[in-house]
Design a binder for this molecule. Structure first.
Ligand code: TXA
Ligand code: MG
Length: 335
């Protein structure tokens, strides 16, 4: 875990001041970097939508320091939401709960619910403390990337997407690497809107309730509001991403080996025997947490090489891999 030296302390104070005056700051969290504004200032939040090129009715997550701060934004916190917050906050879990009138209105995209998360990153927490001293009760922050692009997991990623005048608080590499698990708590039972590193199994164990999948709601015609994090095609690298089984991947590589196609790249659980020069290989960690940590950074690296295709071996169909699998599926869908 990173320690906060005097220099970083000063940067955190400066960031809090910028946020209090209604401007944007890019902030580190344990999941991905966020593009933050004072959640109570609709005009400041509007700047996020403009900077990202994101539709204004797509709701943003509001970051708070403690579970007790959730009451400022939430009109009601159901019992099972409380259990989730107790178990996983601070950490990579967002709960969607009913929203108080006139609280985080623009951040909620006009919806009558609000997404809340207490981040565990020490810099994010120090910043939220400083913000509280200046009267800022929560920070609305989507991922700090342009709309539809891969989320940033370090400060360099953010700087690559936005103009140089954006203040970026550098908190190093994100430890989790993919966005938070989102659970809609506005119905009788929890609904999984976006899988992440807190797994469906963990949510069911903690709440004692059966988790409903967003796909099931679609069948019932009762789906949650359209939002970037749940769009079919999202988290897209520039290259075309294709998913293969281990066997398919091996076959495809043999097929293309003779043609010497340029700019083919793959992520594999095992490296193929014959190394082909036109392919850049990245070994996929066989541990879900490590893979999540590396994923977006690898995709952004590949884009730096201006490759045409990214070939990825499918990850296991296990609860702890669901977050990674979801991001890969969406990245592949946009090709
Ligand atoms: O890990 C994360 O969650 C990161 C870091 C910065 O905290 N944030 C993030 O934000 O991924 P963003 O804006 O890229 O994704 C937020 C998603 C929306 O796309 C939507 O799916 C969901 O959160 N969301 C937020 N508020 C909601 C609401 N009131 N109703 C339904 N969905 C909501
Ligand atoms: Mg995002």
């Amino acid at each position: 875990m990173m320690s906060i030296n005097r220099n970083l302390e000063l940067e955190i104070e400066k960031a809090a001041q910028i946020l209090a005056t209604g401007e944007l700051v890019a902030i580190p969290t344990e999941t991905v970097y966020g593009l933050a504004a004072n959640a109570q200032q609709d005009a400041a939040v509007a700047k996020i939508f403009v900077a990202k090129g994101r539709p204004a009715n797509h709701p943003l997550i509001v970051h708070v320091l403690e579970a007790s701060d959730a009451d400022y934004f939430a009109s009601e916190i159901p019992d099972f939401a409380q259990k989730l917050m107790q178990a996983f906050w601070p950490g990579p879990l967002t709960v969607i709960v009913p929203r108080k009138k006139n609280r985080a209105t623009a951040a909620a995209g006009g919806h009558d619910s609000v997404g809340l998360r207490s981040p565990s990153h020490p810099v994010a927490r120090a910043l939220l403390k400083q913000c509280a001293l200046l009267g800022v009760k929560g920070l609305a922050a989507p991922s700090a990337n342009l709309f539809g692009k891969v989320s940033p997991t370090n400060a360099q990623h953010v700087r690559a997407d936005f103009p140089a005048n954006l203040y970026v608080l550098d908190g190093g590499e994100c430890s989790v690497g993919i966005e938070s698990t989102i659970v809609d708590c506005t119905r009788q039972a929890p609904v999984l809107l976006r899988p992440g590193m807190i797994s469906a199994d963990q949510i069911e164990q903690t709440t004692g309730l059966r988790l409903i999948l967003n796909a099931d709601l679609k069948v019932l015609g009762k789906e949650a509001p359209k939002a970037s994090g749940t769009l079919e095609s999202h988290y897209a690298p520039k290259a075309k991403l294709r998913l293969f089984s281990k066997k398919q991947l091996a076959d495809e590589i043999v097929k293309y080996a003779d043609q010497k196609l340029l700019n083919l790249i793959g992520i594999y659980s095992t490296l193929p025997n014959s190394k082909i020069e036109s392919i850049i290989y990245r070994l996929m960690p066989d541990d879900a947490a490590q893979c999540a940590h590396d994923l977006f950074s690898i995709l952004r690296d590949f884009d730096q090489y201006a490759v045409e295709e990214i070939w990825v071996e499918n990850v296991p169909d296990l609860s702890e891999w669901a977050g990674v699998k979801d991001r890969l599926k969406r990245a592949a869908a946009s090709a």
